[in-house]
Design a protein around this ligand. Structure first.
Ligand SMILES: Nc1nc2c(ncn2[C@@H]2O[C@H](COP(=O)(O)OP(=O)(O)OP(=O)(O)O)[C@@H](O)[C@H]2O)c(=O)[nH]1
Ligand SMILES: [Mg+2]
Ligand SMILES: [Zn+2]
Length: 338
């Protein structure tokens, strides 16, 4: 953000009358430094107060600087103190613009480790009821380990998750049957859909009705297409999958929350190839696999067991007995190894 603009906003903050009554609303979209706040049908375009912004200026300021400044817009995004789904209080200028001065406590937040070398937390969305993880049966071919990571990330934030395997028109049902069974036995509801053929659309609509949902999954799997199928009025942009790499072209480029006709809301997200876990210790990872939980602490070496080479490992016994899928078990070990 240009320095001058930042100074102007700071000046505006200082003239804010403490007696001004504050309005409340929900952030549903971000536009380059502005936040679209919904107040129940009306949109107010807000900036954020300097007090809130300090949270995002300090981490990127030179450590010796007495007057911290934003050094790069890129970094603003990674440490943005306001997220999609946040309930906020703002001063209302009366012309559909305002300034956010407070973020109300969050019920939960879906976070990941931002892509890149630096350990930075990226808040995807907050205050949702569940995560709907969408993968394609083909084009792009499903990477089940990547799906496991999405599910583990949801578990780590305490959010319920469900799985949707779409583009079922491209494969024989048997192609994914084994994995569908694995996820169902692990406790995840699984829906099979095709936006092209209109298969599974009604159950998908039903799963979202009346709840605050976030749709996550890699680029090109058909997330936006599914949302258009349940609510054509959304008119979300849909993009081709590269013929060369069979990967999506990142058609959805920003997060946005939409109200649903049947009640509830949904956040469409840009495809994310990886969903890196944030703030999870390696020994906590098996606890993010619901089907493993009954066996944890039952190994001979209790919580010190790595479930690889130890004798008397309850997890390995459960894998051998078929109670835990071997593929998910290996996926868990891979995740533990980092
Ligand atoms: N055959 C088939 N193609 C589909 C289906 N759903 C979506 N597609 C196609 O898959 C491509 C990607 O669809 P999108 O809805 O843009 O995918 P997305 O997951 O939103 O992708 P990003 O926004 O990049 O994350 C488009 O060419 C769609 O027409 C389906 O059920 N069957
Ligand atoms: Mg999309
Ligand atoms: Zn063990």
């Amino acid at each position: 953000m240009p320095e001058r603009e930042s100074e102007e906003r700071r000046a505006a903050d200082e003239t804010t009358d403490p007696q001004t009554t504050l309005s409340e609303g929900t952030v549903y979209k971000k536009l380059q430094g502005f936040y679209c706040v919904d107040t129940g049908g009306n949109t107010v375009l807000c900036t954020i107060s300097s007090t809130l912004r300090k949270n995002l200026e300090y981490p990127v300021a030179a450590p010796w600087s007495l007057r911290p400044r934003v050094v790069a817009v890129h970094q603003i995004r990674t440490v943005d103190p306001v997220a999609i789904g946040d309930k906020v209080r703002f001063t209302d200028s009366g012309d559909d613009t305002g300034m956010i001065v407070e973020v109300l406590p969050r019920r939960n937040s879906l976070v990941r480790r931002a892509a890149g070398r630096k350990a930075l937390q990226q808040v995807i969305v907050v205050n949702v009821d569940h995560v709907v993880v969408v993968f394609a049966a083909a084009r792009p071919a499903p990477n089940w380990e990547a799906l496991d990571r999405y599910l583990a990330a949801a578990e780590s934030t305490g959010l319920p998750a469900r799985v949707v395997i779409t583009k079922m028109d491209l494969v024989d049902g048997d192609a994914v049957a084994e994995e569908v069974d694995t996820y169902r036995r692990a406790g995840y509801p699984v829906l099979l859909t095709s936006a092209v053929r209109g298969v599974g659309i009604e159950p998908f609509r039903e799963a979202l009705r009346g709840r605050a949902s976030v749709i996550a999954g890699p680029s090109g799997v058909g997330k936006s297409s599914l949302l258009n199928a349940i609510q054509p009025g959304l008119g979300l942009r849909v993009g081709e999958v590269s013929k060369l790499t069979n990967k999506g072209m990142h058609t959805t480029s920003h997060l946005e929350m939409f109200p649903l006709d049947g009640g509830g809301s949904v956040v469409d997200t840009p495809g994310m190839r990886e969903f890196g876990l944030w703030d999870v210790e390696p020994q906590e990872i098996e606890g993010l696999f619901p089907e493993m939980r009954p066996y944890l602490g039952r190994c001979r070496f209790r919580l010190d067991c790595s479930h690889t080479h130890e004798p008397g490992c309850a997890v390995k016994e459960a894998v051998a007995a078929g109670a835990i899928s071997e593929r998910r078990y290996l996926s868990c070990l891979t995740m533990r190894a980092g």
